[in-house]
Design a protein around this ligand. Structure first.
Ligand code: CA
Length: 472
Protein backbone atom coordinates (compact mmCIF):
# COMPACT_ATOMS: atom_id res chain seq x y z
CA UNK A 1 0.00 0.00 0.00
CA UNK A 2 1.29 3.44 -0.79
CA UNK A 3 0.74 6.33 1.50
CA UNK A 4 1.51 9.97 1.08
CA UNK A 5 2.63 11.82 4.14
CA UNK A 6 2.64 15.47 3.32
CA UNK A 7 5.00 17.38 5.54
CA UNK A 8 4.70 20.59 3.61
CA UNK A 9 4.46 22.03 0.14
CA UNK A 10 6.29 24.25 -2.27
CA UNK A 11 4.67 27.59 -2.44
CA UNK A 12 5.73 30.91 -3.72
CA UNK A 13 5.19 33.71 -1.29
CA UNK A 14 2.67 36.24 -2.46
CA UNK A 15 4.90 39.09 -1.52
CA UNK A 16 8.38 39.97 -2.60
CA UNK A 17 11.15 41.96 -1.10
CA UNK A 18 11.43 45.55 -2.21
CA UNK A 19 13.14 45.79 -5.54
CA UNK A 20 15.26 48.37 -7.18
CA UNK A 21 18.42 50.28 -6.75
CA UNK A 22 19.13 50.27 -3.08
CA UNK A 23 22.85 50.68 -3.09
CA UNK A 24 25.76 52.57 -4.39
CA UNK A 25 25.12 55.11 -7.07
CA UNK A 26 21.53 54.09 -7.78
CA UNK A 27 20.29 51.86 -10.56
CA UNK A 28 18.85 54.61 -12.69
CA UNK A 29 21.99 56.65 -13.06
CA UNK A 30 24.36 55.59 -15.81
CA UNK A 31 27.76 54.66 -14.47
CA UNK A 32 31.00 56.29 -15.62
CA UNK A 33 32.15 55.16 -19.02
CA UNK A 34 35.00 53.02 -17.69
CA UNK A 35 33.05 50.85 -15.25
CA UNK A 36 29.71 49.08 -15.07
CA UNK A 37 26.99 48.33 -12.58
CA UNK A 38 24.97 45.27 -11.66
CA UNK A 39 21.47 45.54 -10.26
CA UNK A 40 20.61 42.46 -8.20
CA UNK A 41 16.96 42.05 -7.34
CA UNK A 42 16.03 39.65 -4.55
CA UNK A 43 12.45 38.43 -4.54
CA UNK A 44 10.45 35.98 -2.50
CA UNK A 45 11.88 36.49 0.98
CA UNK A 46 9.92 37.86 3.94
CA UNK A 47 10.89 41.33 5.06
CA UNK A 48 14.02 41.32 7.15
CA UNK A 49 15.27 37.94 5.98
CA UNK A 50 18.72 38.23 4.47
CA UNK A 51 19.34 36.66 1.08
CA UNK A 52 22.28 34.36 0.56
CA UNK A 53 23.73 35.69 -2.69
CA UNK A 54 27.33 36.02 -3.78
CA UNK A 55 28.39 38.00 -6.82
CA UNK A 56 31.77 37.13 -8.26
CA UNK A 57 33.43 39.01 -11.10
CA UNK A 58 36.82 39.73 -12.63
CA UNK A 59 38.15 41.63 -9.65
CA UNK A 60 35.59 41.34 -6.86
CA UNK A 61 33.46 39.02 -4.77
CA UNK A 62 30.56 40.62 -2.93
CA UNK A 63 27.84 39.31 -0.66
CA UNK A 64 24.33 40.51 -1.35
CA UNK A 65 21.69 40.18 1.37
CA UNK A 66 18.97 42.35 -0.19
CA UNK A 67 18.21 44.02 -3.48
CA UNK A 68 21.08 46.31 -4.39
CA UNK A 69 22.99 47.84 -7.25
CA UNK A 70 26.68 47.08 -7.21
CA UNK A 71 28.72 49.94 -8.58
CA UNK A 72 32.21 50.58 -9.92
CA UNK A 73 32.48 47.11 -11.41
CA UNK A 74 35.16 46.13 -13.85
CA UNK A 75 33.57 45.16 -17.17
CA UNK A 76 33.29 41.42 -17.68
CA UNK A 77 31.32 38.36 -16.75
CA UNK A 78 29.79 38.06 -13.30
CA UNK A 79 28.38 35.02 -11.56
CA UNK A 80 25.39 35.53 -9.31
CA UNK A 81 25.28 32.51 -7.01
CA UNK A 82 22.34 32.02 -4.67
CA UNK A 83 22.26 29.55 -1.79
CA UNK A 84 19.56 28.17 0.46
CA UNK A 85 18.76 29.75 3.77
CA UNK A 86 16.40 29.12 6.61
CA UNK A 87 14.51 31.61 8.71
CA UNK A 88 11.88 31.03 11.37
CA UNK A 89 11.89 27.33 10.61
CA UNK A 90 11.23 27.76 6.89
CA UNK A 91 13.79 26.81 4.25
CA UNK A 92 14.06 29.10 1.24
CA UNK A 93 15.68 27.95 -1.98
CA UNK A 94 16.46 30.02 -5.07
CA UNK A 95 14.81 29.05 -8.32
CA UNK A 96 18.23 29.19 -9.98
CA UNK A 97 21.40 28.48 -8.03
CA UNK A 98 23.74 30.29 -10.37
CA UNK A 99 23.38 32.74 -13.27
CA UNK A 100 25.87 34.57 -15.39
CA UNK A 101 25.55 38.25 -16.22
CA UNK A 102 27.70 40.34 -18.52
CA UNK A 103 28.54 43.81 -17.23
CA UNK A 104 29.63 46.34 -19.84
CA UNK A 105 31.39 49.64 -19.30
CA UNK A 106 28.97 52.49 -18.95
CA UNK A 107 25.97 50.19 -18.52
CA UNK A 108 23.96 48.47 -15.80
CA UNK A 109 23.42 44.73 -15.98
CA UNK A 110 20.70 43.02 -13.99
CA UNK A 111 19.92 39.72 -12.30
CA UNK A 112 16.92 38.57 -10.31
CA UNK A 113 17.14 35.95 -7.59
CA UNK A 114 13.74 34.53 -6.78
CA UNK A 115 13.34 32.57 -3.57
CA UNK A 116 10.51 30.26 -2.63
CA UNK A 117 9.84 28.25 0.48
CA UNK A 118 11.18 24.74 -0.02
CA UNK A 119 9.59 21.81 1.74
CA UNK A 120 10.20 18.11 1.58
CA UNK A 121 7.49 15.51 1.90
CA UNK A 122 7.90 11.81 2.53
CA UNK A 123 6.16 9.28 0.35
CA UNK A 124 6.02 5.72 1.63
CA UNK A 125 7.21 3.35 -1.09
CA UNK A 126 7.34 0.19 1.03
CA UNK A 127 5.84 -0.65 4.41
CA UNK A 128 5.89 -3.61 6.77
CA UNK A 129 9.61 -4.19 6.41
CA UNK A 130 11.74 -5.57 9.20
CA UNK A 131 14.38 -2.98 10.15
CA UNK A 132 15.24 -1.65 6.67
CA UNK A 133 18.94 -0.70 6.76
CA UNK A 134 19.77 0.32 3.20
CA UNK A 135 18.02 1.00 -0.08
CA UNK A 136 20.02 0.98 -3.27
CA UNK A 137 20.00 -0.12 -6.89
CA UNK A 138 22.41 -1.22 -9.58
CA UNK A 139 23.43 1.46 -12.07
CA UNK A 140 20.59 2.25 -14.45
CA UNK A 141 18.15 -0.12 -12.72
CA UNK A 142 14.64 1.14 -11.97
CA UNK A 143 14.11 -1.28 -9.09
CA UNK A 144 14.84 -0.46 -5.45
CA UNK A 145 16.63 -3.09 -3.36
CA UNK A 146 16.02 -2.89 0.38
CA UNK A 147 18.18 -4.63 2.98
CA UNK A 148 16.26 -6.04 5.94
CA UNK A 149 18.34 -6.55 9.04
CA UNK A 150 17.23 -10.16 9.75
CA UNK A 151 18.92 -11.24 6.51
CA UNK A 152 16.81 -10.50 3.48
CA UNK A 153 17.08 -8.22 0.46
CA UNK A 154 13.71 -7.19 -0.88
CA UNK A 155 12.80 -5.57 -4.20
CA UNK A 156 10.37 -2.77 -4.94
CA UNK A 157 9.51 -3.14 -8.60
CA UNK A 158 7.09 -0.91 -10.46
CA UNK A 159 5.87 0.43 -7.13
CA UNK A 160 5.25 -2.99 -5.58
CA UNK A 161 7.21 -4.72 -2.84
CA UNK A 162 7.83 -8.22 -4.18
CA UNK A 163 6.97 -10.97 -1.73
CA UNK A 164 9.87 -13.23 -2.71
CA UNK A 165 13.17 -11.87 -1.40
CA UNK A 166 15.98 -11.23 -3.87
CA UNK A 167 18.26 -12.86 -1.29
CA UNK A 168 17.55 -14.57 2.02
CA UNK A 169 20.55 -15.43 4.17
CA UNK A 170 18.70 -15.14 7.48
CA UNK A 171 19.68 -18.66 8.53
CA UNK A 172 23.33 -17.56 8.57
CA UNK A 173 22.87 -14.06 10.01
CA UNK A 174 23.20 -13.21 13.69
CA UNK A 175 21.09 -10.34 14.93
CA UNK A 176 22.31 -10.02 18.50
CA UNK A 177 23.01 -6.45 19.53
CA UNK A 178 23.65 -4.33 16.47
CA UNK A 179 24.20 -7.35 14.23
CA UNK A 180 22.34 -8.39 11.12
CA UNK A 181 22.48 -8.11 7.38
CA UNK A 182 23.82 -4.59 7.28
CA UNK A 183 24.24 -3.59 3.64
CA UNK A 184 24.56 -4.56 0.01
CA UNK A 185 26.66 -3.09 -2.80
CA UNK A 186 26.05 -3.85 -6.45
CA UNK A 187 29.09 -4.33 -8.62
CA UNK A 188 29.64 -1.36 -10.98
CA UNK A 189 29.42 -3.94 -13.78
CA UNK A 190 26.33 -5.64 -12.31
CA UNK A 191 24.45 -5.34 -15.60
CA UNK A 192 26.95 -7.68 -17.21
CA UNK A 193 28.34 -9.80 -14.34
CA UNK A 194 25.42 -9.92 -11.90
CA UNK A 195 27.69 -9.69 -8.83
CA UNK A 196 26.79 -8.01 -5.57
CA UNK A 197 28.37 -7.90 -2.13
CA UNK A 198 26.82 -8.01 1.31
CA UNK A 199 28.10 -7.20 4.79
CA UNK A 200 26.61 -9.09 7.73
CA UNK A 201 27.34 -10.51 11.15
CA UNK A 202 27.37 -14.27 11.33
CA UNK A 203 25.85 -16.48 14.01
CA UNK A 204 29.00 -16.00 16.11
CA UNK A 205 28.87 -12.23 15.82
CA UNK A 206 31.82 -11.95 13.48
CA UNK A 207 31.81 -9.67 10.46
CA UNK A 208 31.49 -11.25 7.03
CA UNK A 209 31.61 -9.84 3.52
CA UNK A 210 30.37 -12.16 0.80
CA UNK A 211 29.77 -12.02 -2.92
CA UNK A 212 26.66 -13.35 -4.60
CA UNK A 213 25.38 -13.41 -8.15
CA UNK A 214 21.97 -12.94 -9.64
CA UNK A 215 20.23 -16.06 -10.99
CA UNK A 216 18.52 -16.49 -14.34
CA UNK A 217 15.55 -14.73 -12.72
CA UNK A 218 16.57 -11.06 -12.40
CA UNK A 219 14.49 -10.71 -9.24
CA UNK A 220 16.12 -13.63 -7.41
CA UNK A 221 19.77 -14.21 -6.54
CA UNK A 222 21.73 -17.43 -6.55
CA UNK A 223 22.10 -18.23 -2.82
CA UNK A 224 25.62 -19.67 -3.02
CA UNK A 225 28.18 -17.25 -1.56
CA UNK A 226 31.83 -16.52 -2.11
CA UNK A 227 33.41 -15.39 1.15
CA UNK A 228 35.45 -12.25 0.56
CA UNK A 229 36.42 -11.22 4.06
CA UNK A 230 35.95 -12.32 7.67
CA UNK A 231 36.75 -10.12 10.66
CA UNK A 232 36.70 -11.49 14.17
CA UNK A 233 34.52 -9.32 16.41
CA UNK A 234 34.58 -10.98 19.82
CA UNK A 235 33.24 -9.88 23.20
CA UNK A 236 30.94 -7.03 22.18
CA UNK A 237 27.83 -6.95 20.00
CA UNK A 238 27.94 -3.32 18.90
CA UNK A 239 29.99 -1.22 16.44
CA UNK A 240 30.15 -3.49 13.44
CA UNK A 241 30.29 -0.63 10.95
CA UNK A 242 28.57 -2.57 8.23
CA UNK A 243 28.52 -0.65 4.98
CA UNK A 244 30.02 -2.04 1.79
CA UNK A 245 30.13 0.40 -1.12
CA UNK A 246 31.98 0.79 -4.38
CA UNK A 247 33.98 3.99 -4.75
CA UNK A 248 34.19 5.94 -8.00
CA UNK A 249 37.55 4.18 -8.37
CA UNK A 250 35.84 0.79 -8.75
CA UNK A 251 37.21 -0.60 -5.49
CA UNK A 252 35.08 -2.09 -2.74
CA UNK A 253 35.11 -0.20 0.55
CA UNK A 254 34.16 -1.80 3.85
CA UNK A 255 33.35 0.27 6.92
CA UNK A 256 34.33 -1.52 10.13
CA UNK A 257 33.52 -0.44 13.69
CA UNK A 258 36.02 -0.37 16.53
CA UNK A 259 35.04 -3.67 18.09
CA UNK A 260 32.39 -2.30 20.37
CA UNK A 261 31.82 -1.82 24.02
CA UNK A 262 32.57 1.76 24.95
CA UNK A 263 35.61 3.96 24.57
CA UNK A 264 37.56 1.52 22.38
CA UNK A 265 39.53 0.23 25.35
CA UNK A 266 41.86 -1.96 23.18
CA UNK A 267 42.51 1.13 21.01
CA UNK A 268 41.65 -0.79 17.86
CA UNK A 269 40.82 2.31 15.81
CA UNK A 270 44.38 3.66 16.17
CA UNK A 271 46.00 0.24 15.73
CA UNK A 272 47.07 -0.29 12.13
CA UNK A 273 47.60 -4.01 12.75
CA UNK A 274 43.88 -4.71 13.05
CA UNK A 275 40.94 -4.12 10.73
CA UNK A 276 38.57 -2.84 13.43
CA UNK A 277 37.84 0.89 13.49
CA UNK A 278 38.81 1.31 9.83
CA UNK A 279 37.63 1.95 6.33
CA UNK A 280 39.01 -0.83 4.13
CA UNK A 281 39.59 -0.75 0.36
CA UNK A 282 39.68 -3.96 -1.62
CA UNK A 283 40.06 -4.90 -5.28
CA UNK A 284 37.44 -7.59 -5.87
CA UNK A 285 37.39 -7.50 -9.64
CA UNK A 286 39.02 -10.91 -9.92
CA UNK A 287 37.64 -12.39 -6.71
CA UNK A 288 37.99 -16.15 -6.44
CA UNK A 289 38.01 -18.81 -3.77
CA UNK A 290 41.82 -18.84 -3.91
CA UNK A 291 42.21 -15.06 -3.78
CA UNK A 292 39.00 -13.30 -2.67
CA UNK A 293 40.54 -9.85 -3.08
CA UNK A 294 43.70 -8.02 -4.02
CA UNK A 295 45.20 -4.94 -2.42
CA UNK A 296 44.98 -1.83 -4.62
CA UNK A 297 48.56 -0.74 -5.21
CA UNK A 298 47.83 2.80 -4.01
CA UNK A 299 46.41 1.78 -0.65
CA UNK A 300 48.35 3.76 1.98
CA UNK A 301 49.91 0.65 3.54
CA UNK A 302 49.93 -1.46 0.37
CA UNK A 303 53.54 -2.51 0.77
CA UNK A 304 53.74 -2.63 4.54
CA UNK A 305 54.76 -5.79 6.32
CA UNK A 306 53.67 -4.48 9.71
CA UNK A 307 50.37 -2.74 8.97
CA UNK A 308 47.24 -4.13 7.42
CA UNK A 309 47.32 -3.48 3.71
CA UNK A 310 43.52 -3.41 3.47
CA UNK A 311 43.33 -0.16 5.44
CA UNK A 312 42.28 2.98 3.56
CA UNK A 313 41.46 5.20 6.58
CA UNK A 314 41.49 4.77 10.35
CA UNK A 315 40.53 6.32 13.64
CA UNK A 316 36.85 5.50 13.14
CA UNK A 317 34.50 4.48 15.93
CA UNK A 318 31.46 3.18 14.12
CA UNK A 319 31.22 4.43 10.54
CA UNK A 320 27.66 3.11 10.22
CA UNK A 321 27.08 4.93 6.96
CA UNK A 322 29.37 6.71 4.54
CA UNK A 323 28.90 7.89 0.97
CA UNK A 324 30.96 8.76 -2.06
CA UNK A 325 29.92 11.82 -4.01
CA UNK A 326 31.47 11.33 -7.43
CA UNK A 327 30.74 14.82 -8.85
CA UNK A 328 32.69 16.52 -6.05
CA UNK A 329 35.18 13.70 -5.50
CA UNK A 330 34.39 13.74 -1.78
CA UNK A 331 33.85 11.01 0.77
CA UNK A 332 31.30 11.69 3.52
CA UNK A 333 31.39 9.61 6.70
CA UNK A 334 28.81 9.66 9.48
CA UNK A 335 30.83 8.33 12.41
CA UNK A 336 28.73 7.46 15.45
CA UNK A 337 29.98 9.02 18.67
CA UNK A 338 30.41 7.82 22.23
CA UNK A 339 28.62 9.97 24.79
CA UNK A 340 29.00 13.51 23.58
CA UNK A 341 29.35 14.17 19.85
CA UNK A 342 28.03 12.84 16.54
CA UNK A 343 30.13 13.74 13.53
CA UNK A 344 30.30 14.12 9.78
CA UNK A 345 33.69 13.81 8.12
CA UNK A 346 34.21 15.05 4.58
CA UNK A 347 37.49 14.42 2.80
CA UNK A 348 38.78 13.97 -0.75
CA UNK A 349 37.85 10.44 -1.76
CA UNK A 350 41.19 9.89 -3.44
CA UNK A 351 43.24 10.61 -0.31
CA UNK A 352 44.17 7.51 1.65
CA UNK A 353 45.68 7.14 5.10
CA UNK A 354 43.53 9.72 6.87
CA UNK A 355 43.26 9.35 10.66
CA UNK A 356 39.77 10.44 11.73
CA UNK A 357 40.89 10.67 15.32
CA UNK A 358 38.95 8.16 17.42
CA UNK A 359 39.65 7.47 20.29
CA UNK A 360 41.88 10.50 20.72
CA UNK A 361 38.94 12.72 19.86
CA UNK A 362 35.19 12.29 19.81
CA UNK A 363 33.98 14.71 17.17
CA UNK A 364 35.92 17.90 17.79
CA UNK A 365 36.38 17.22 21.52
CA UNK A 366 39.19 15.42 23.26
CA UNK A 367 38.23 11.94 24.40
CA UNK A 368 37.50 11.35 27.15
CA UNK A 369 38.72 14.68 28.52
CA UNK A 370 41.02 17.58 27.75
CA UNK A 371 43.81 17.81 26.97
CA UNK A 372 44.73 15.67 23.97
CA UNK A 373 47.07 15.85 21.04
CA UNK A 374 44.99 16.29 17.88
CA UNK A 375 48.04 16.50 15.62
CA UNK A 376 47.72 14.19 12.66
CA UNK A 377 43.99 13.74 13.01
CA UNK A 378 41.34 15.02 10.62
CA UNK A 379 38.46 16.61 12.48
CA UNK A 380 34.85 16.54 11.27
CA UNK A 381 33.33 19.32 9.20
CA UNK A 382 30.34 19.18 11.50
CA UNK A 383 29.60 17.62 14.86
CA UNK A 384 26.55 17.93 17.07
CA UNK A 385 25.86 17.23 20.72
CA UNK A 386 23.94 14.60 22.61
CA UNK A 387 21.17 16.85 23.85
CA UNK A 388 17.74 18.07 22.90
CA UNK A 389 19.12 19.96 19.89
CA UNK A 390 21.13 17.01 18.63
CA UNK A 391 20.70 13.31 19.04
CA UNK A 392 22.46 10.13 20.06
CA UNK A 393 23.58 8.25 16.95
CA UNK A 394 24.09 9.72 13.50
CA UNK A 395 22.48 8.01 10.53
CA UNK A 396 24.60 9.20 7.63
CA UNK A 397 22.99 9.72 4.25
CA UNK A 398 24.06 10.78 0.79
CA UNK A 399 24.76 13.84 -1.30
CA UNK A 400 21.67 14.55 -3.33
CA UNK A 401 22.24 14.55 -7.08
CA UNK A 402 18.68 13.76 -8.14
CA UNK A 403 16.17 15.95 -9.93
CA UNK A 404 13.01 15.87 -7.83
CA UNK A 405 14.00 18.42 -5.19
CA UNK A 406 15.77 21.51 -6.52
CA UNK A 407 16.47 22.91 -3.06
CA UNK A 408 18.43 19.84 -2.06
CA UNK A 409 20.88 19.58 -4.95
CA UNK A 410 24.48 19.07 -3.98
CA UNK A 411 23.63 18.81 -0.30
CA UNK A 412 24.52 16.01 2.07
CA UNK A 413 21.56 14.75 4.09
CA UNK A 414 21.70 12.97 7.41
CA UNK A 415 19.55 12.00 10.33
CA UNK A 416 19.89 10.68 13.85
CA UNK A 417 18.49 7.45 15.22
CA UNK A 418 17.13 9.14 18.35
CA UNK A 419 15.98 12.46 16.92
CA UNK A 420 14.69 11.35 13.53
CA UNK A 421 15.36 14.72 11.92
CA UNK A 422 16.23 15.39 8.32
CA UNK A 423 19.10 17.82 8.04
CA UNK A 424 21.35 18.89 5.21
CA UNK A 425 24.62 20.72 4.77
CA UNK A 426 26.38 22.09 1.73
CA UNK A 427 30.10 21.46 1.94
CA UNK A 428 32.12 24.26 0.31
CA UNK A 429 35.91 24.15 0.37
CA UNK A 430 35.89 21.63 3.18
CA UNK A 431 33.50 23.58 5.39
CA UNK A 432 29.87 22.87 6.23
CA UNK A 433 27.59 25.70 5.11
CA UNK A 434 23.85 26.23 4.84
CA UNK A 435 22.98 23.88 7.68
CA UNK A 436 19.27 23.27 7.38
CA UNK A 437 16.71 21.28 9.33
CA UNK A 438 13.88 20.27 7.02
CA UNK A 439 11.31 20.04 9.81
CA UNK A 440 10.41 16.40 9.42
CA UNK A 441 9.38 15.16 12.82
CA UNK A 442 6.73 12.56 12.35
CA UNK A 443 8.45 9.38 11.28
CA UNK A 444 10.26 8.35 14.43
CA UNK A 445 13.65 6.71 14.54
CA UNK A 446 15.66 6.77 11.32
CA UNK A 447 17.96 3.80 10.72
CA UNK A 448 19.54 4.75 7.45
CA UNK A 449 19.10 6.27 4.00
CA UNK A 450 18.71 4.99 0.49
CA UNK A 451 19.69 6.16 -2.96
CA UNK A 452 18.19 4.84 -6.17
CA UNK A 453 19.75 4.69 -9.62
CA UNK A 454 18.20 8.06 -10.52
CA UNK A 455 19.83 9.69 -7.52
CA UNK A 456 16.59 10.10 -5.57
CA UNK A 457 16.72 9.75 -1.81
CA UNK A 458 14.96 7.58 0.75
CA UNK A 459 14.70 7.63 4.54
CA UNK A 460 14.45 4.26 6.26
CA UNK A 461 12.43 4.18 9.43
CA UNK A 462 12.60 1.81 12.36
CA UNK A 463 8.84 1.62 11.85
CA UNK A 464 9.51 -0.60 8.83
CA UNK A 465 8.70 2.01 6.20
CA UNK A 466 10.89 3.25 3.38
CA UNK A 467 10.06 6.84 2.49
CA UNK A 468 10.98 8.58 -0.72
CA UNK A 469 11.88 12.24 -0.40
CA UNK A 470 9.72 14.37 -2.70
CA UNK A 471 8.85 18.01 -3.05
CA UNK A 472 6.30 18.86 -0.39
CA1 CA B 1 36.52 11.57 14.28
Amino acid sequence: MRKLLVVGGWFVLAFAAACGGGGGGGGDSPPPATVGQLAVTVAGLPSGVAANVTVTGPTTTQTVTASATLTSLAPGNYTVAAGNLSAAGVVYAPSVASQNVSVAAGATGSATVTYAAARIALQAVATGLSSPLLATAPTGDSRLFIVERPGRIRIVKNGTLLSTPFLDVSSRVGTTGEGGLLSVAFDPAYATNGFFYVDFTDLSGNIAVERFQVSANPDVADPSPLRILSIAHPVNTNHYGGLVAFGPDGFLYVGVGDGGGAGDVPRNAQNLNVLLGKLLRLDVRNASLVQPYAIPTDNPFATSNTQRREIWAYGLRNPWRYAFDAPSGQLYIGDVGQDRREEIDVVPAATGGINFGWNIVEGTLCYPNDPCNKAGTTLPVLDYPHDSTGGCSISGGFVYRGNAIAGLKGRYVYSDFCSGFLRSILVVNGAATEAIDWNITSVGQILSFGLDAAGELYMLGANGTVYRLIVG
